[in-house]
Design a protein around this ligand. Structure first.
Ligand code: GCW
Length: 710
């Protein structure tokens, strides 16, 4: 009886082993592990890692160092099948994890580089006593954790780690994500399911996803997360609610992610404590101080606040004729003694603009309001500026405000969630766009002054600065609703850490970590991702016209007339004769005057203005001839047809991956790309018909029907 059962078990085990061997992708891929899959490496790769240490020594016991050790043990075991022995001292070849101070106590002969500060880390192969060790060290615990993630990433991508001497420092000190989660669990502009933090007005009981999220964020060096919508519910500052929020901080803490809250500036009044929220009223000053103290009592490592005020119906300092700096400072002063900061959003504008007045221009608002306040903000306030002057359109110039603040901390706000760029139902890898923005040289005082250095506080030697991304992950297993969209979250973190990385490097890393090292897979997915922004742009918004999506509804479908004749100011001014917003100093809204002189020159003259921003800066007739030699109208037709064709080619490119990646993500990707191909045709036909009927100018290639619709 016994032996029969054993035989049975044996046969079953053999069968299972054969099945696993035959199916290279034996584990169901939900996308939940994103780029932290730690998939088993093939035998050849495992062999190259034979020399890796067999033990791990951790020189402290903080929660962050514990995560670092756990991560290293898990990663090595899953990728190379080795269980690391845990020891207090290097009694064998070991990974040694600890801060510089802790290493010092070990009396090692290492000479750490002087530049090792803040969150930076150093991976160093070194002999300690008798043993060959791999030291992962940093000024802080968090840096050590980042070093561990970096090492595991190298191994997952089959990089040589035999002899390491690798120092990495973050580009910007503050690298945060914002989540626009409402307390009822719905996420504003979220396309990956409901909130991982809140449900039905409360913090969720089960916060395991929040912990997993913090781990993902830490793995790419993100050190802060504001968990609720910038259209903030005042109730987040209720005493009882702060208690609930502290549970989220508890699951963030082991990953070195600081929790932050978006707050409503009218909270002192809205919560019923005072009859005013005037930032200069001493009672309001005391209210913020007490509230902040109350938070720090429960969350000692609290990061700070994000504020959206005087914007899209939110109350703000204008109620009391106070400035945005007055408002930022009352909050900053309360946070300062605890080391917290306030990110004060520059997205302040009037959404009741008179569209009949051709001199009105929403794009001018942020600079007009914040530039005169330069120098008036406390050092614990950071002005958070969207990358462009309008609102996360598929193509915008960089916001001139980046160059307009010299004595004020600033941060750039990028949008990972694809609000206007296909809502994760369409492929749009945004890293190439963000690179253009971060690398853009503002030529302040005719010197090289790229945006990435301005926002990091480097150019004007500011105490701090940051790169912020609106992420909006949700409860969907794969976080963003589309496994391919996670390249944007990954890429955001990597750029915030190392702004000089190329889009090619980032997408290569991400693909290897997410789908494995098969060159066909890496090449195919990287190519798709790298072309996707231009493809999406070409069928939704060529030449910088701004949004042609439905701006009063879902921000997704084509609805070019929805931008016009309302106060929101996302105008493209298309009429019978021409298209584009005249923002020139000579004849238009004079928005261009907000840039430093060299940039003004670039945009003011039609001859110098790049084609891809032409309609953002100029109103031109449809027959205007571009640098490319085509007329504007023909370009619009061609670009829509090319774009739709390329979107349809995404499908056949993806099909080459069948059998090379797991079935789950293959099928999911295929479905999404097929859907996108259809959407691109809808966009193409809607926009081409619309512009034909407006202009009366036919497509030279005869593809757009010339009969009016019935
Ligand atoms: O683009 C608009 C979005 C709003 C958002 C706002 C902002 C959170 O449509 O949903 O509100 O920008 O950035 O504040």
């Amino acid at each position: 009886m016994h032996s029969i059962r054993l035989r049975h078990v044996f046969r079953f085990t053999v069968m299972a082993a054969v099945l696993v061997a035959l199916t290279p992708f034996a584990v169901a891929e939900t996308g939940a592990e994103a780029w932290l899959r730690y998939a088993a490496l093939d035998a050849k790769a495992v062999k190259t890692y034979q020399g890796l240490p067999s033990g791990v020594v951790v020189l402290g016991d903080s929660p962050v160092l514990k995560s670092a050790q756990g991560e290293l043990t898990r990663g090595i075991s899953r990728m190379v099948g080795r269980s690391l022995r845990i020891a207090l001292h290097p009694t064998e070849d070991a990974f040694v994890l600890g801060t510089l101070d802790q290493l010092h106590a070990l009396a090692t002969q290492l000479n750490p580089p002087d530049q090792l500060i803040a969150d930076g880390y150093w991976l160093k192969s070194a002999r300690i006593g008798e043993h060959e060790c791999l030291v992962i060290t940093a000024a802080t615990d968090r840096g050590v954790l980042y070093g561990v993630f970096a090492l595991l990433s190298k191994i997952a991508r089959a990089e040589n780690v035999a002899v390491l001497d690798d120092l990495q420092q973050p580009h910007a000190p503050l690298r945060w994500v914002n989540q626009w989660d409402n307390l009822d669990g719905h996420i504003e502009r979220g396309y990956g399911g409901p909130s991982i933090f809140f449900a039905e007005g409360k913090v969720r009981d089960d916060l395991s996803r929040a912990g997993d999220y913090a781990r993902l964020l830490a793995s790419v060096g993100i050190n802060g997360c504001a968990i609720n919508n910038v259209n903030a519910d005042p109730r987040v500052l209720d005493a009882a609610f702060i208690g609930q929020v502290s549970r989220i901080a508890d699951v963030f803490r082991p990953w070195g992610v600081q929790l932050a809250l978006s707050v409503d500036l009218s909270s002192p009044k809205a919560l019923g404590d005072l009859d005013t929220f005037d930032p200069l009223d001493p009672r309001v000053v005391a209210w913020w101080r007490n509230k902040v103290n109350e938070i720090y009592r429960q969350i000692p490592d609290f990061g700070g606040f994000v504020v959206k005020a005087d914007s899209e119906g939110r109350l703000g300092p204008s109620t009391y004729n106070r400035t945005q700096a007055d408002a930022a400072n009352v909050v900053a002063h309360a946070l300062k003694p605890h080391g917290g900061v306030v990110f004060y959003r520059a997205f302040v504008y009037n959404h009741h603009l008179d569209w009949r007045n051709l001199k009105n221009d929403r794009a001018k608002a942020a600079y007009d309001i914040f530039h005169p306040l330069d120098g008036a903000f406390d050092d614990h306030a950071i002005v958070q500026i969207k990358n462009g002057p309008i609102d996360f359109q598929v193509r915008e110039p960089v916001s001139p405000l980046f160059a307009g603040l010299r004595r004020t901390n600033e941060a750039i706000e990028l949008q990972i969630t694809q609000e206007y760029t296909g809502q994760q139902r369409q492929l749009c890898f945004l890293v190439p766009m963000w690179k253009e923005v971060l690398d853009f040289d503002m030529r302040i005082d005719d010197r090289p002054t790229p945006v990435k250095d301005l926002v990091a506080g480097r150019t004007f030697h500011r105490p701090t600065g940051g790169i912020v991304g609106v992420a909006n992950v949700g409860m969907d297993a794969n976080w963003l609703g589309n496994p391919l969209a996670m390249a944007n979250l990954y890429g955001f973190g990597r750029l915030a850490w190392q702004a000089d990385l190329s889009a090619e490097t980032i997408v290569g890393e991400w693909t290897r970590l997410t789908f494995g090292n098969d060159p066909l897979v890496v090449q195919t997915i990287a190519t798709l991702q790298l072309s996707s922004w231009h493809v999406y742009e070409s069928y939704t918004g060529p030449l910088g016209a701004g949004t042609l999506t439905n701006i009063v509804g879902n921000h997704y479908d084509p609805a070019p007339e929805s931008s016009e004749r309302n106060g929101w100011g996302q105008w493209h001014r298309a009429d019978h004769d021409g298209i584009g917003m005249d923002r020139t100093v000579a004849t238009g809204t004079a928005y261009i005057a907000q840039y430093p002189p060299a940039i003004q020159k670039l945009y003011e003259s039609l001859a110098a203005c790049p084609d891809n921003l032409l309609l953002f800066f100029h109103h031109v007739p449809y027959t205007y001839v571009l640098h490319s030699g085509k007329t504007v109208i023909q370009h619009i037709y061609d670009s829509h047809f090319d774009g739709a064709e390329q979107a349809s080619a995404f499908v056949s490119k993806w099909e080459a991956l069948q059998g090379h990646i797991d079935e789950e993500r293959y099928n999911e990707g295929l479905k999404l790309l097929q859907y996108q191909a259809g959407e691109a045709v809808i966009w193409r036909d809607t926009i081409c018909n619309w512009i034909y009927h407006l202009s009366g100018l036919p497509d030279q290639k005869g593809r757009v029907r010339t009969e009016p619709r019935h």
